[in-house]
Design a protein around this ligand. Structure first.
Ligand code: SF4
Length: 368
């Protein structure tokens, strides 16, 4: 099979290792561009949310590159994500005439046998060989997350703008090239060292901002218009609430065995939103509560236009913000959103946070 999958941040590196390890050819999904979005929008229903359109565009580009199979994830609960791969499959096959197989991985809890059967049909190599590749793919995911996390920490401190992004991009390429767990670990250590040694302003105390929202828009920089990097260049330490390794651990491994994650955002959301509203609506509220408790200066919520779970969260956010005294900026993203407009709104938000921090420092000084 010639398999493709969604492009979501840097995760394609691990998925490539995994799919190749199963014994298939990978057709890499091209990084999304304006053209991808235009293509997806053209064939999507009007009501579809942004991730649907970008993914449909990505699949069309990958099919043109020769893919014959798409692997994607499904979903349960009140969000329409659960229908998306089926709908995308029908558009590609019935409306556009592609001969393509669409394979959907549902969350393993409640679908264990189905997941097992899909994996059994997909794996064309011996089990030990597949297990070794799956382990290498997981190590790559861990390494990518480690480098990204560190880049968020050091970017606001960099003395020469762009150093962090340059090191990160070289690190990502090196992890992609690594073909053993040992090499992945060596590469990770080498690039973490480079972050440590790059020239920094150690006296600078950056503002701390949490980034929350729907997983695809949080993880894919094209869709969120590089919010994390832009904030970092404004001198802000960004804590992204979602990393793929945490998400996989909490929502597939722990969830399958009904183990609640220790720092559960769902628990923290309880007083404000005790019900599951689909997508990441409930965790967006919970993460905001947790950021407030951890003393963060503010939160940026990333929400695809028409995303019901994030709209529900947005409607509750003013109460959370007021009661826990944490400013929240919601950015609704759609195909009309431009990078300059987002940068302007972020700049205004960061100014507000700086003024708030200075005012609080003065108040503390006066009362001391
Ligand atoms: S969570 Fe929101 S953006 Fe994602 S599929 Fe559901 S409605 Fe669409």
């Amino acid at each position: 099979m010639r398999i493709t999958f969604p492009h979501m941040g840097t995760s394609w590196i691990a998925f490539k290792t995994l799919v190749e390890g199963m014994g298939h050819e990978v057709v890499l999904p091209p990084p999304p561009t304006k053209r991808t979005l235009d293509l997806g929008t053209k064939y999507s229903p009007e009501f579809a949310c942004l991730p649907f359109k970008v993914l449909l565009g990505t699949y069309l580009e990958a099919l043109k590159l020769g893919a014959d199979t798409i692997i994607s994830s499904g979903g349960v609960g009140p969000c329409r994500a659960g229908y998306y791969t089926q709908l995308q499959g029908r558009i590609l096959k019935e409306q556009l005439g592609y001969d393509v197989r669409v394979i959907t991985f549902e969350p393993p809890r409640g679908h264990l046998m189905q997941t097992y059967r899909i994996i059994r049909d997909l794996v064309k190599v011996s089990f030990p060989k597949f297990a070794a590749c799956a382990w290498l793919a997981w190590q790559k995911l861990l390494a990518l997350d480690a480098l990204e996390r560190e880049s968020h920490r050091v970017r606001p401190l960099e003395l020469e703008k762009g150093t962090t992004s340059r090191i990160l991009s070289q690190g990502i390429k090196a992890i992609d090239r690594a073909d053993s767990v040992k090499e992945v670990k060596n590469v990770t250590a080498a690039f973490l060292k480079r972050f440590k040694e790059m020239p920094k302003d150690y006296d600078y105390q950056p503002l701390k901002v949490g980034v929350i929202g729907e997983i695809y828009v949080v993880l894919e920089p094209f869709v969120n218009l590089d919010v994390v990097e832009t904030l970092g260049h404004m001198g802000v330490y960004v804590n992204r609430s979602i990393f793929l390794t945490n998400w996989v651990t909490e929502n597939t491994l722990l969830d399958t065995f009904r183990v609640e994650a220790e720092r559960s955002a769902k628990k923290a959301a309880g007083p404000y939103l005790p019900e599951l509203v689909g997508g990441h609506g409930q965790t967006s509220i919970g993460e905001t509560v947790l950021y407030a408790k951890r003393g963060f200066d503010g939160v940026v919520q990333l929400a695809p236009f028409t995303c019901i779970p994030e709209i529900v969260a947005k409607s509750i956010m003013p109460r959370v913000s007021k009661e826990l005294d944490i400013p929240v900026l919601t950015l609704m993203l759609d195909e009309q959103t431009g990078k300059a407009g987002i940068a302007t709104r972020l700049e205004a938000f960061v100014d507000l946070l700086r003024m708030r921090r200075n005012r609080m420092a003065r108040t503390r000084g006066e009362t001391a």
